[in-house]
Design a protein around this ligand. Structure first.
Ligand SMILES: [Zn+2]
Ligand SMILES: [Zn+2]
Ligand SMILES: [Zn+2]
Length: 767
């Protein structure tokens, strides 16, 4: 006989760990208890020594643990035996704050067991579209307040039937304490209605059959899911996809698609091991994959134009599984149901109000979505998963710091691709993707979300961090809160700090930033930077030589503006090229004058705008109709096998530090375009030149500052070709590279960086 104390850390709370341990321990006839605490899960077990060893062995075998559980460490030590225990029990959590936070877990895809039961005619949840268990189902999207109990979720409206209640209360059952547990008799229901809200079908099975038939016929169906509505349409039906684009107000962004199985995805896209494990993960994100050439059945061209990648995900809600099985369709476009840049629609009446001119029918249900959540979007960079948008499936999973911060902090993020971040103890709780705050409805969603998450996690910020840009709405919001300490953080420092937080890196690094825009400490718009940065301070070591950018807001849309700025010294010489992009000579002249006189013109080192300019030079378009349209087209145009580079200059300026000058590249590129060289080669050489320029800058920083760790960030690094090439060059050259894997490199990661800088400030003051 012996007694041990086992401490497990990692993602172990709210994932079914305690009932799992209870089942194993009871099966092994052990006494003792299991409990959540601020560090994770603690077990004390007493019994036959062989059985105790068996328990430890099972806990160490990842394949036997609940699917959502991720163990970082297990420590077990013998302790003194007790004589007054008679069984094994699940103890209630210590009421410390940290434990409460982790109890809110993320929404996860229907697990294999639930999908099997749903397909089993003998099971009482046969074809029930809301089947779930401890290992799967909605969580964060349905929670109103803590603690995470049914009464505090949108499932409160449904009283459990005796059968569901029996499973809920039985520690030996897979549904023990699964808050959203329900069945046909007691749980939420689906119905199909027309755009006026008139019910077409209310019997669950008939709803699925009718919706599937409409999809096969090429109609557009709005489907309420886990985090909001999708607009679904047959991805092989070009006419239908075009109709969806027109009705969505000529939305040109590539549409994401959903597939019933991995095999189907593999038919249309190249899936490597890293992408495969992402696709089948319980988080079920959209994964951007390279399109396979010439599949047997072509996907409708309008699904994604101007890119070689497809955004694909697997069915994740039980309802999706039922629809796909019924429709016999391989791929459905499943695009977020929203208008323009408004927030995702998640309420039934709102869906009818806003989408009556878009969808032909609506698959509704009566389980309210409390927090709307977009699908997360990821891709593979340097063989590792990397976020483009972090939302459903990952939020509110915290990013853990080294030491707890003694003050609670709110970081307000940036205005584009906004997320915000709350700091409590060691935990950085990054919100889901909120969107672009410029839209009034998104801004309202932003302020409400901050209030809700502060309440949910009981955070009372004593400090607020925000962007340095005084005009950002998020900055103004930060200043409006009446919190005394407002810490403005330079945008690109925050970008790099996000990587430092993720890697828990305390020292200085070389930060390479490739970004669209960020307000600089000198009032210029920064975007292509080399910073020597830590969480305490940063210096600007070098950057792209400033060029004049005319036209305010238009400068991010019309490629002619950055191009004329980049070529400002020799505009006459390039008139033949500029005329192709802006045929109106009077407009060209007006922009040239704006630049020459400095009217509505700012100096910038933006790299995003360089992409716009080069894409336009190559004839890939003249304007961004949606953000990053031209840069995406440029990446898609490049031949990834080409190693050519253009010349560039790198020299030290006494005042401005090391400056990259891309004018030699632009000159050579213009000559190539005039000579009608292959644009695939020119586009590749452009990417390669940027990677080479960043490497050269990093080498100078290494030599002068004796640093060899490089952190990368900025929205332009969402470009896989550039990121992969640069990471490869840096590693070959002996650098250690910090590439973000837990938060996006784009502005969706800014809030984490702001929060980490503020938390570091608090720690310094503590000492
Ligand atoms: Zn399940
Ligand atoms: Zn029931
Ligand atoms: Zn940025």
């Amino acid at each position: 006989m012996k007694r041990v104390r086992i401490e497990i850390t990692g993602r172990v709370q709210g994932v079914g760990c305690r009932p799992f341990v209870w089942r194993v321990a009871a099966g092994l006839r052990l006494n003792g208890w299991v409990q959540n605490d601020s560090q994770g899960v603690t077990i004390e077990a007493q019994g036959d020594s062989e059985h105790i060893d068996r328990l430890v062995e099972i806990l160490n075998d990842a394949s036997r643990l609940p699917p959502l559980m991720q163990v970082s460490s297990i420590r077990s030590q013998p302790i003194e035996m007790l004589s007054d225990e008679i069984d094994f029990s699940i103890r209630h959590s210590e009421s410390d704050d940290a434990a409460e936070i982790t109890e809110v877990s993320n929404d996860t895809a229907a697990c294999g067991d639930c999908v099997r039961e749903m397909k089993d005619p003998q099971d009482f949840r046969y074809r029930y579209p809301f089947i779930n268990c401890t290992n799967c189902g909605p969580r964060y999207s349905i929670i109103r307040t803590v603690p995470y109990d049914r009464a505090n979720t949108t499932m409160a409206a449904f009283a459990m039937c005796p059968r569901c209640g029996g499973q809920y209360g039985d520690p030996a059952d897979r549904r023990f304490h699964a808050q959203p547990v329900a069945c046909l008799a007691c749980g939420p229901k689906i119905w199909l209605c027309d755009p006026l809200g008139k019910t077409i079908e209310s019997d669950g099975d008939k709803v699925i059959v009718a919706a599937a038939r409409m999809l096969r016929e090429g109609r557009i169906v709005a489907i309420k899911g886990i985090g909001g509505f999708h607009l679904a349409v047959d991805a092989f039906n070009e006419q239908a996809v075009q109709r969806l684009r027109q009705r969505k107000h000529h939305d040109d962004k590539p549409f994401a698609m959903m597939a019933a199985s991995l095999e189907i995805i593999e038919r249309y896209a190249a899936v490597d091991a890293a992408a495969r494990s992402l696709l089948i993960s319980p988080q079920a994100p959209i994964v951007l994959l390279d399109q396979k050439p010439n599949p047997d059945r072509p996907i409708a061209p309008s699904v994604a134009t101007g890119t070689r990648t497809l955004g694909l995900m697997l069915c994740y809600a039980p309802l999706h599984h039922l629809l796909f099985a019924e429709a016999g369709i391989e791929l459905l476009v499943m695009t977020s149901a929203n208008l323009a840049d408004e927030p995702l629609i998640c309420k039934n009446d709102e869906a009818l109000n806003k989408l009556s001119g878009v969808a032909d029918a609506f698959v509704m249900h009566d389980r309210e979505i409390f927090r709307q959540l977009d699908d997360s979007v990821m891709h593979i960079v340097d063989g590792q998963p990397s976020f483009l948008r972090r939302a459903r499936g990952f939020v509110p999973g915290p990013i853990l710091g080294d030491e707890p911060a003694s003050k609670e902090i709110l970081a307000c993020g940036a205005d584009l691709k906004n997320t915000f971040c709350l700091v409590k103890g060691r935990q950085f709780i990054l919100s889901e993707h909120i969107g672009d705050l410029e839209d009034g409805l998104v801004y309202r969603h932003y302020t409400r979300s901050i209030r809700h998450l502060r309440q949910l996690f009981d955070v009372r910020p004593q400090m607020v961090a925000c962007d340095l840009h005084p005009g950002y709405l998020s900055t103004q919001y930060a200043r409006s809160l009446g919190i005394k300490r407002v810490i403005p953080v330079q945008h690109h420092w925050a970008h790099i700090a996000g990587a430092l937080a993720e890697y828990r890196c305390a020292g200085q690094v070389i930060g390479l930033v490739a970004d669209g825009t960020g307000f600089g400490t000198d009032g210029a718009i920064w975007g292509c930077e080399c910073l020597i940065a830590s969480l305490v301070s940063f210096q600007r070591f070098g950057h792209l030589r400033y060029y004049p950018l005319a036209g305010g807001d238009l400068a991010a849309k019309e490629a002619i503006r950055p191009l004329m700025g980049l070529l400002a010294d020799d505009l006459c010489e390039y008139d033949w090229l500029l005329g192709r992009i802006e045929p109106d000579a009077a407009r060209r002249k007006m922009i040239a004058e704006q630049i020459a006189r400095g009217v509505n013109t700012v100096p910038t080192s933006s790299l995003g705008r360089v992409f716009d300019a080069v894409a336009a030079m190559l004839g890939l378009g003249t304007a961004n109709r949606f953000e990053t349209q031209l840069p995406m087209a440029l990446e898609a145009a490049a031949d990834p096998t080409c190693d050519d580079e253009y010349p560039f200059d790198l020299a030290e300026d006494t005042e401005q530090g090391w400056l990259i000058d891309l004018r030699p590249m632009l000159r050579a590129m213009a000559a190539d375009i005039r000579g009608e060289n292959d644009i695939r080669r020119i586009a590749a050489a452009f990417h390669n030149t940027l990677a080479a320029a960043f490497l050269a800058l990093a080498r100078q920083a290494r030599q002068h500052r004796k640093l060899d760790t490089v952190a990368l960030s900025g929205g332009v690094f969402c470009n896989r070709l550039l990121a992969n090439r640069l990471i490869g060059l840096l590693k070959t050259d002996g650098f250690r590279v910090l590439w973000k894997q837990q938060v996006p490199v784009n502005d969706g990661g800014i809030a984490l960086g702001q929060a980490a800088i503020a938390a570091a400030m608090v720690r310094r003051e503590q000492r």
